[in-house]
Design a binder for this molecule. Structure first.
Ligand SMILES: Cc1cc2nc3c(=O)[nH]c(=O)nc-3n(C[C@H](O)[C@H](O)[C@H](O)COP(=O)(O)O)c2cc1C
Length: 263
């Protein structure tokens, strides 16, 4: 359909005659100007490169019989294995998606770091005035995704989300590096600011305020959220795109049900 569009319509013909030669010309000029590593690719060339990319995943399959009954245990294991792999730099980074109930349930997603994992769920820390926090307060559903490309593994989580206790947030805040503690005071996360200098000035003011304090208290607007897991899917890349997908779902009786899904 895309080929038809490009061959038959006026816009399509213009693409072949004008846009593509221009893009390629621009790319070649860049190559010539800066040597073998182009820093800026035109959209057409970049899109073509992405379409051509192929990553073959390894031969190991996810064997159902060896899996634990509890997905939290398996997530723990995969994070540990990602941590041990020297190639994974942020094994606990996860993309979390929240929705804004006041704006047509518009989803938005961003990366945060998983800081605690146990049978009660997954904990991350953030600013309670941020966009994500406002969305969570408007609607308590959340999705999270881990992706460890070096290991050909991914995990998807769905569940509900709620603040952790003040004591839990206090404890984690107390073990953060001082610079991060000051940063939590200095930033009104997700609010606009006129310049980088203004942000640095806010940090300097906070550093000055706490200059003589050995211990920095946790700001009220900063703390943790816990995701209570309702379902978790483990994905392992396989050869010929025959990936393994194992879905764990919490049943009404409080047991985990395991299902294999087609890739
Ligand atoms: C690797 C990585 C780790 C991050 N970790 C956190 C985190 O733990 N907590 C957090 O609030 N933001 C974290 N961020 C920043 C968020 O992605 C995001 O920019 C910020 O939380 C504001 O999002 P919001 O406006 O949707 O609330 C991280 C970003 C990256 C790239």
């Amino acid at each position: 359909m895309q080929t038809n569009f490009l061959a038959r319509t006026k816009l399509g013909r213009m693409f072949w005659r004008r846009v593509l030669p221009l893009s390629v010309g621009c790319y070649l000029r860049q190559l010539k100007a800066i040597g073998p590593k182009p820093v800026l690719l035109t959209t057409a060339v970049f899109a073509a490169n992405l379409g051509d990319r192929r990553q073959e995943y390894d031969q190991h399959v996810l064997d159902d019989s060896g899996l634990p009954d509890d997905p939290i245990q398996l997530l723990h294991l995969w994070i540990e294995e990602a941590e041990r792999s020297l190639k994974v730099t942020e094994p606990n980074a996860m993309l979390i998606a929240t929705v804004d109930a006041a704006n047509h349930f518009q989803p938005s997603a961003r990366v945060v770091l998983l800081k605690h994992l146990d049978e009660k769920g997954l904990v991350f820390y953030t600013n309670y005035g941020s966009k994500k926090a406002r969305e969570i307060e408007s609607h308590d559903r959340i999705a999270a995704t881990f992706w460890w490309p070096e290991m050909h593994r991914s995990v998807r989580v769905q569940g509900r989300v709620a603040r952790v206790s003040a004591e839990e947030s206090d404890h984690y805040f107390s073990i953060r590096p001082r610079g991060s503690q000051l940063g939590a005071w200095a930033s009104q996360q997700s609010q606009p600011i006129e310049s980088r200098e203004a942000l640095d000035a806010q940090y300097a003011a906070v550093a000055e305020k706490f200059r003589d304090s050995e211990k920095i208290p946790r700001p009220d607007q900063w703390g943790g959220y816990r995701i209570t897991v309702e379902s978790m899917e483990f994905w392992k890349g396989g050869s010929s795109r025959l990936h393994d997908r194992i879905l764990f779902k919490m049943t009404e009786s409080g047991q985990w049900a395991k299902t294999r899904l087609q890739p």
